[in-house]
Design a protein. Structure first.
Length: 272
């Protein structure tokens, strides 16, 4: 057969997965797949919060409750910082959001429950570990709802760091006053607070979201003075002040709903 009689091979056009809108198995798992990295700084901060939560668990298991509560406090600071850093640097990602939720579950779900159980709930027997489990399960549900719904202007349900603060700062205050092992009454109060904090996380009450604060905009000079005074008050008695802040914030949701209900009832009466 001559060269003129040979049938030319049909050229094969290589279509990229982006062009045809499909992702093939070779694209995902093949040797030539595109390797995507992760942003370093926000995830390092999230890892620090995760470590703080893990350290709190280990410390509580060894009876070191003061370091455990302080570790959860540092986890709160790091949890606030990682989101802020990601938004400022423009390094927000789906991986970072999921990683942050897993870190929150350890630091503000598992760790506070185990610290509370090791410090006082264990005295209540079965009721104690049930209270700890209710809190931990509610924290998981709260984080799952946050991931699926997304919340920006306000929080639906008490945020898990604030719920953890009610438990941990309360224990911190007791330890600072020399109460290393609570009485049966004290353990019962802790159990009620633990369950209530858990239920507030899965409630439909709306709470103010600090994410709405724009730290890059100009503020009045008096605001900076108030911030300085706030730090001064905090240094007087850190655990008591932090506990008061968490309690007031946790009650703001129910009071806000109650106030809205009263206003609506008054509006109905005036219209009649």
């Amino acid at each position: 057969m001559s060269n003129e009689e040979k049938v030319p091979l049909k050229s094969v056009e290589r279509v990229s997965p982006e062009a045809d809108g499909k992702t093939t198995e070779n694209t995902v798992r093949g040797p030539g797949r595109l390797k995507r990295g992760i942003y370093l700084l926000p995830n390092v901060i999230t890892t620090g919060a995760l470590f703080a939560g893990f350290y709190a668990i280990v410390a509580a298991m060894n009876g070191q409750f003061l370091p455990a509560t302080i570790a959860i406090f540092f986890a709160m600071i790091l949890d606030t910082a990682d989101g802020r850093v990601a938004r400022i640097m423009g390094t927000e990602s789906e991986f970072g959001a999921e990683y942050d939720s897993l870190s929150d579950m350890v630091a503000f779900g598992v760790a506070p429950a185990l610290v509370a159980f090791s410090w006082g709930l264990s005295q209540l027997g079965q009721f104690g570990w049930v209270a700890a489990f209710v809190y931990m399960a509610c924290a998981a549900l709260r984080l799952a709802r946050f991931n699926t719904q997304g919340e920006h202007a306000s929080f639906t349900g008490l945020a898990s760091p604030s719920a953890a603060g009610i438990i941990c700062f309360g224990i911190w205050v007791c330890v600072e006053h020399g109460i290393t092992e609570p009485s049966l009454v004290g353990a019962s109060i802790l159990a009620v607070a633990t369950v209530v904090a858990g239920l507030l996380m899965v409630s439909n009450f709306t709470y103010f979201s600090p994410k709405t604060i724009n730290i890059r905009e100009r503020i009045p000079f008096v605001t900076l003075v108030l911030i300085v005074m706030g730090f001064a008050v905090l240094m007087i008695d850190p655990p008591s002040v932090l506990l008061a802040i968490c309690v007031v914030y946790s009650l703001s949701g129910p009071f806000k709903a109650l106030w809205a209900k009263v206003k609506s009832e008054k509006a109905v009466e005036e219209s009649d």
